[in-house]
Design a protein around this ligand. Structure first.
Ligand SMILES: *[C@@H]1O[C@H](CO)[C@@H](O)[C@H](O)[C@H]1NC(C)=O
Ligand SMILES: *[C@@H]1O[C@H](CO)[C@@H](O)[C@H](O)[C@H]1NC(C)=O
Ligand SMILES: *[C@@H]1O[C@H](CO)[C@@H](O)[C@H](O)[C@H]1NC(C)=O
Length: 307
């Protein structure tokens, strides 16, 4: 009797220890079981997460992953031209939080799929100035400098999480495994949150002129969004902070603190559309812009090889 009880107790105790262990090894093993389509779609956004992590880290702290979390670079080259931005304490605090969130996103993706090293990133002021000049179809004088002050940095940030957000929405219909869907939904949630914070902070200043230009914050965002639509070449999937009334929520309002389709549902973009935008070339086969040597992973490389 005593023996039987102690055997039962031992088994119960063993199960207590073994169950959580096998559950956690199930999680770490999960990548091996993901279908190829999921692996490709989870690896692709690493390109954007590296860009976001580096831009926000540099902007807030003056250094990037090489110093902050070198392992996460998987040995990729140091970005070009990243700088500590001239931010006030409030904006710096927010951007630092974004930076740390992006570091988390890199960890989340890299612990699910093998990934690839950080691609070469061009974060120079000139790189952003080029986007701004294309957006306005004229050369701004002096050229736009994202690191100059908080407002400029937020305007440059307007360019970044939103692209990732549309990509996650786009991936959602193609993913197969619930684990991939869960991860992408989680990443999408926080990317959308970052976009919302950036837009809300800018919305407050929508009618303010961005010094020294005679253009308002709203005009900057409207131009950026039009440029992305043009480069993406797949219709309207982007909207600035002010829209014609019939394009606002329910066709009833010109303020557009969040972008969405006519039902205020988030737009989606394919990897091809995203590459056309972030390369600044309008062509997924022609790298440039923030990615002088192109993005990495099977999806991006399959287009580069067609160049
Ligand atoms: C980073 O990589 C090195 C070498 O592979 C390893 O020794 C170290 O534990 C890693 N650090 C972290 C924080 O993962
Ligand atoms: C899962 O991915 C991690 C990170 O890339 C890798 O170290 C690990 O070996 C992978 N596990 C399996 C079972 O493939
Ligand atoms: C970074 O971008 C700027 C602006 O397009 C360009 O002048 C510069 O050559 C780029 N740097 C590299 C290494 O590609």
């Amino acid at each position: 009797m005593f023996l039987a009880t102690s055997i039962v107790t031992t088994i119960a105790l063993l199960m207590l220890f073994l169950l959580p262990k096998s559950y956690s090894s199930e999680i770490t093993k999960s990548n091996s079981s993901l279908p190829e389509v999921d692996i490709d779609l989870l690896e692709f956004p690493l390109n954007l997460e590296y860009l976001e992590a580096e831009f926000f880290l540099y902007g807030a702290l003056g250094y990037g992953l090489d110093k902050f979390a070198p392992n996460l670079t998987l040995g990729g080259p140091t970005p070009i031209g990243g700088k500590r931005a001239n931010l006030g304490p409030f904006t710096r605090d927010v951007i630092k939080q974004f930076a740390l969130q992006e570091v988390g996103h890199l960890r989340a993706i890299q612990s699910t799929v093998k990934g690839f090293p950080r691609p070469l990133l061009n974060l120079s002021a000139e790189s952003f100035a080029k986007v701004v000049d294309s957006a306005f179809e004229t050369q701004l004088v002096p050229s736009f400098d994202p690191y100059r002050n908080g407002l400029n940095f937020l305007l440059a940030s307007y360019l970044i999480p939103y692209v990732g957000l549309t990509g996650y929405v786009g991936a959602s219909t193609k993913l197969q495994d619930p684990k991939s869907k869960r991860l992408v939904a989680g990443l999408l949630g926080v990317e959308s949150g970052q976009d919302a914070v950036i837009r809300a902070l800018l919305y407050r200043y929508k009618n303010i002129k961005v010094k020294p230009y005679r253009k308002t914050v709203a005009e900057f965002t409207n131009r950026f969004s039009q440029l992305r639509d043009k480069l993406g070449n797949a219709g309207v999937k982007d909207e600035g902070l002010m829209v014609p009334k019939d394009e606002g929520a329910e066709g009833l309002i010109t303020g557009n603190v969040l972008a969405g389709d006519r039902y205020s549902v988030a737009y989606d973009r394919t990897p091809k559309e995203i590459l056309r935008i972030v390369y600044g070339s309008g062509d997924e086969r022609k790298p440039g812009g923030f990615y002088p040597k192109g993005a990495d992973g099977r999806i991006a490389k399959s287009h580069l090889s067609k160049a």
